[in-house]
Design a protein around this ligand. Structure first.
Ligand SMILES: [Zn+2]
Length: 314
């Protein structure tokens, strides 16, 4: 068990350094090769990340998500069985960027060496404008995946990480990554086209917490405000912050507040009655939802979200 101290940002930096080290240290030692021990056993922390990994790994990997569908990664508390699953997998894929505040504890509990791929490695956080009092673990915005263009970096990091652990699969991973990258590029163009059908003055977002910053930046929307004024979902707004949000909504004429799936509707309902704003449920931001809900995969989730946003704002 490591005794860590210092600021959370410094601790996270320590964790990132350790991940790279562990990946370098055990790249070949634990490589099973699909020929001898079946497929590479990969665990991705979030469901959307497991789907992205599955597209890159194809038949050479067996991938599962650590967190159940609908779980909130910001406030997640790992269970003893999570620790066992991390200990048993051959490769762990994390989003990084400060999303998984529980990772250090989880890895320390799992013990041993672990190949860890940080999917968002190399991406720069957007500037987070709102305050984060009481939310010291989030110094940047980890929601890179809500911009498919940034997911191209996830794909490249996953391709490189899988290739390091399983060099015999390198050519397969490269082919898969290229094909999936083309799907992401097409998705990016499709979202851009859809958003452009919204009148410019109505391209305004209000959400639960500050999750859609990268999406808004990419597609020319503006985040007017969020109920929870944070890039984490763990905080809660003060009465004064709610008053300010109502004022911003009135001043901009933002048509709707989008309720992220799994979040508590109480504050959105309060906002709806105070600001006369429509509550639109069913935004899949941290988990793709079930296939029946129109999502079921990372690409499906992004398409479903875009249709929800466009329909409400048009
Ligand atoms: Zn979030």
């Amino acid at each position: 068990m490591h005794e860590l101290s210092g600021r959370p940002a410094a601790r996270w930096a320590w964790a990132l350094a350790a991940f790279v080290l562990l990946l370098a240290g055990c790249a070949h030692a634990r490589a099973p090769g699909p020929g001898d021990a079946g497929r590479l056993d990969v665990l991705a922390v979030e469901v959307f990340l497991a789907d992205i990994a599955s597209n890159v790994g194809g038949d050479r990997i067996r991938v599962a998500a650590l967190l159940p569908e609908g779980a909130d990664p910001h406030g997640y508390e790992p269970t003893p069985s999570d620790v066992r699953r991390v200990a048993d997998c051959q490769v762990l894929i994390v989003n990084g960027g400060g999303l998984e505040g529980f990772l250090e504890r989880l890895l320390a509990g799992a013990g041993g060496q672990k190949a860890v791929i940080v999917a968002s490695d190399g991406l720069q956080s957007r500037t987070v404008e709102q305050g984060h009092e009481g939310d010291p673990g989030h110094t940047g915005d980890p929601h890179f995946w809500l911009d498919p263009n940034l997911v191209l970096t996830y794909v490249e990091n996953i391709r490189a990480g899988l290739s390091a652990v399983d060099p015999d699969g390198s050519a397969d991973y490269a082919v898969n990554a290229q094909a999936y990258g083309a799907e992401l590029t097409a998705l990016d163009a499709w979202i851009r086209d859809r958003v452009q059908t919204i009148p410019e003055a109505r391209r305004l977002l209000v959400t639960n917490h500050e999750s859609l910053g990268y999406y808004a930046d990419r597609y020319g929307l503006r985040v007017v405000g969020t109920i929870i004024p944070s890039v984490s979902s763990g905080a809660s707004p003060s009465a004064q912050q709610m008053v300010e949000l109502v004022e911003k909504i009135r001043a901009t004429g933002a048509p709707a507040v989008f309720l992220e799936s799994g979040s508590n509707p109480r504050l959105a309902d309060q906002l709806s009655s105070e600001a006369g704003i429509l509550v639109v449920p069913g935004l899949y931001t941290h988990s793709p939802g079930s296939a029946g809900a129109g999502a079921g995969s990372y690409i499906g989730m992004m398409r479903a979200n875009t249709l929800t946003i466009v329909e409400a704002l048009q």
